[in-house]
Design a protein around this ligand. Structure first.
Ligand code: C5P
Length: 230
């Protein structure tokens, strides 16, 4: 594997991985891999073509042929599928369901592996997902497993959705988070699990700034960056 420094940020949905990864990538000037977006796009692309999320052979074809672009936008990164801005669409509850349905298929995961590894280019990569440290970048010098209680995650997700004008009840969100955790943790292909050498951070009672500062310090202590940005 290459000498490009990679920081893996794995953990369950809603633990704050996206915010942490974005801030790390911005602070260090590194590339960012939002691997969840890839699974979300595959789910959505299947929906567009009327392909069942369970039809592994066809979903693999969709995954291999994905024409996807991640472009900088005022609100962070926008995601484009074959010329269509799908950023909002793939972040919906339906988008989450599709992603976790196609993510259980081993051949689909395999089809996306190279695409993800190719993003590890200089000066470095922050990789956000579930299996970054265990499967995609097992030799990464810094692996974070960011977790939080299901309740804390449901509250955060509700606030995010409300910001986008989508209103979902807390019990429904909690149910969907528990369902997704269950499916992500118990699938046989690349289940959600901390790598042996991952550093566990529980963000239930920590602010995002506190989490970021801790990871900045870890990156600096490993010599991945010159010093901690404040
Ligand atoms: O991170 P995000 O919530 O966008 O991921 C959506 C879904 O994609 C997850 O619930 C999980 O099922 C799947 N996923 C995965 N492996 C990854 C990233 C996401 O299985 N590396």
């Amino acid at each position: 594997m290459s000498k490009v420094p990679v920081i893996c940020v794995d953990g369950p949905s809603g633990a704050g991985k996206g915010t942490l990864s974005t801030r790390l990538a911005e602070a260090f000037g590194w590339h960012l891999l939002d691997s969840g977006a890839l699974y979300r796009i595959v789910g959505y692309a299947c929906e567009l073509r009327d392909i069942s999320w369970q039809d592994e052979a066809q979903v693999v074809e969709v995954a291999k042929a994905l024409d996807v672009r991640f472009l900088p936008s005022p609100s962070g990164v926008s995601v484009w599928l074959a010329g269509e801005d799908v950023t909002t669409r793939i972040r919906s509850q339906e988008g989450s369901r599709g992603a976790s349905a196609v993510a259980v298929l081993p051949k689909v995961r395999l089809a996306l592996l190279d695409r993800q590894r190719k993003l590890a280019t200089l000066p470095g990569l922050v990789a956000d997902g579930r299996d970054m440290g265990t499967v995609v970048f097992p030799e990464a010098p810094l692996k974070i497993f960011l977790t939080a209680s299901a309740e804390a995650r449901a509250h955060r997700r509700q606030a995010q959705l409300l910001e986008k004008g989508e209103s979902v009840s807390l019990p429904r969100l909690l149910e969907s988070i528990n369902e997704r955790d269950e499916r992500d943790t118990n699938r046989s292909a690349s289940p959600l699990v901390a790598a042996n050498d991952a550093i566990l951070i529980d963000s239930s009672t920590l602010s995002i700034n506190a989490v970021c500062n801790r990871v900045f310090e870890l990156a600096a202590s490993k010599g991945l960056v010159a010093r901690s940005p404040n």
